[in-house]
Design a protein around this ligand. Structure first.
Ligand code: BGP
Length: 490
């Protein structure tokens, strides 16, 4: 029988990540990690903030960051929104909002400060035990990302990060510790945030420093191969240690349409989809590299070093559910000089039928239904929308209220399309709205690109009271959750 609405146990939630929220970058034994070194200048213009080059690390930036560990203003991930010290109050607000699941990431360098330590840091483990226990006490499930871009720095400086099998070994020791020590405090596990980030943002995804690489593209795919192996070993381990545990795979979904009905554009769409998206989910669901990538590697002169046993490891350990982030869509074309616009992790081809956000991301709620159908048709696995939301500038009124109808409109339109997808038969299990509490932007490192339904009083230079308050969208989402997506009026 056709479904008419969201399943009754649908997981409405909020998503965040340790590096963008926790701050406390050296507290309680945490080691330095790769996000602590990303430099930002609050005086940068909007264009400067958007420059992709800012997101690529080089040797010079790396050394400068290490030379000044006192500087918080220019290294926003060092302060985040101080969630590490304020989580108890924040959790009260999350409970008031009514979320059923919290997606956050564990910070690797809190558990293993250097990445290769023999023993974990108990204070770091305790933080997540307390947080996750408190979530459960409030009836909130936990969706834990094991790695969301912040890699212990020592693994990069000592071993070359994901280029090395040593990092796979250290990662698997880290994940074993989480399975053993956090255990059933976690309801859904995600070994890697946005697997395709390694390709589109190599510093974040696979911690490569561009000017240290002789062959950057080759290094990217070698690192990704190591992450695929680490992912599969984690699944094996998780299923052994915690039978029945649910372990997912995630991409940043770059939904794309052919720019015209010209057959070349349609073929280009298929290739863009394969290279940018399906490759990653195909490996994680089917347990082997797809043939189209063999052709791509041949054409690009990419050579990946496989170790004996790798094929078996991939084959035997596939994911239990598929997750993705979805913010925008784009178009594919073979035409040169097509107008461009921004998009999460990439520059995208512009679609004349869509409006953009203040950051140039093309808003496309129907594209979410398209995506859900595509993903479910292809894999027939439960689907989790791990991120979706609107980054916008918010204005605080004299009385402290924040009116954000643009955010409500965006969220409402996306939830409506999710519901359509559920009616289409997609097995959608959850939705964790990105940055439901304002946090530091991953791409442009600013505070002023806000996603939250909860406002945080902090500016781009890290100044402010850090007080939390409810935006209009808070009440909208609260009602949406309480009515299981039935009442979406603003
Ligand atoms: C995704 C990341 C998140 C998040 C989001 C929004 O790629 O997983 O960490 O930040 O994008 O991007 P931004 O913060 O650049 O607006």
């Amino acid at each position: 029988m056709m479904k008419t609405g969201f399943p009754k146990d649908f997981l409405w939630g909020g998503a965040m990540a340790s590096s963008q929220a926790e701050g406390a970058f050296l507290q309680d034994g945490k080691g330095l990690d790769t996000q602590d070194l990303r430099y930002f200048d609050p005086n940068w213009t909007k264009e400067e903030r958007a420059q992709k080059s800012n997101r690529r690390m080089n040797d010079e930036k790396f050394k400068a960051a290490l030379a000044d560990l006192e500087d918080l203003e220019h290294y926003p991930f060092r302060h985040g929104i101080d969630f590490y010290n304020r989580w108890q109050e924040d959790l009260e607000l999350f409970a008031e909002l009514g979320i059923k699941v919290l997606r956050t990431s564990v910070c690797w360098a809190r558990i293993f400060p250097n990445g290769d330590d023999a023993q974990p840091n108990e204070a770091g483990l305790k933080f997540y035990m307390d947080l996750f226990d408190a979530c459960h006490a409030h009836g909130i499930k936990v969706f834990a990302t094991i790695l969301h871009y912040n890699i212990p720095l020592h693994l990069v400086t000592e071993y070359g990060g994901w280029k090395s099998r040593k990092t796979v070994e250290c990662y698997v020791r880290y994940t074993r510790t989480l399975f053993e020590r956090l255990g059933d405090r976690v309801d859904y596990w995600l070994p890697f945030n946005e697997f395709n980030a390694g390709k589109f943002n190599p510093y974040n995804g696979v911690c490569l420093i561009e000017d240290q690489e002789e062959d950057y593209q080759n290094a990217i795919f070698q690192c990704l191969h190591h992450q695929f192996i680490a992912n599969a070993l984690t699944i094996q381990q998780g299923h052994e240690i915690l039978p029945g545990s649910k372990i997912g795979g995630m991409i940043a979904r770059f939904t794309t349409y052919p720019a015209t009905c010209k057959p070349d554009d349609v073929m280009q769409m298929i290739l863009d989809d394969q290279y940018s998206n399906w490759f990653y989910l195909d490996v994680m669901t089917r347990g082997k590299y797809p043939a189209y990538m063999e052709r791509y590697f041949e054409q690009q002169g990419i050579h990946i070093d496989w170790q004996p046993g790798d094929a078996e490891i991939l084959k035997n350990n596939s994911i239990d559910f598929v997750a993705f982030s979805y913010y925008f869509s784009q178009v594919s074309t073979t035409e040169q000089g097509w107008e461009k616009t921004s998009g999460n992790l990439i520059m995208a081809n512009k679609n004349p039928y869509l409006e953009t956000s203040e950051w140039g991301w093309q808003k496309d709620p129907v594209g979410l239904r398209v995506t859900l159908n595509q993903v479910y048709d292809r894999y027939q696995l439960p689907v989790f929308i791990a991120e979706n939301g609107l980054g916008a500038v918010d204005k605080v009124e004299a009385d402290g209220s924040i009116h954000d109808p643009y955010r409500i409109d965006y969220l409402k339109a996306h939830v409506e399309q999710m519901k359509e997808a559920v009616k289409d038969g997609v097995e959608l299990i959850g939705y964790t709205m990105w940055g439901f509490i304002d946090l530091v932007s991953c791409g442009s490192m600013e505070m002023s690109k806000r996603y939250g339904v909860i406002y945080v009083d902090q500016d781009d230079a890290g100044h402010g009271t850090l007080a939390r308050s409810r935006k209009d969208s808070f009440y909208w989402y609260q009602k949406c959750i309480a009515t299981n997506g039935e009442d979406l009026e603003g």
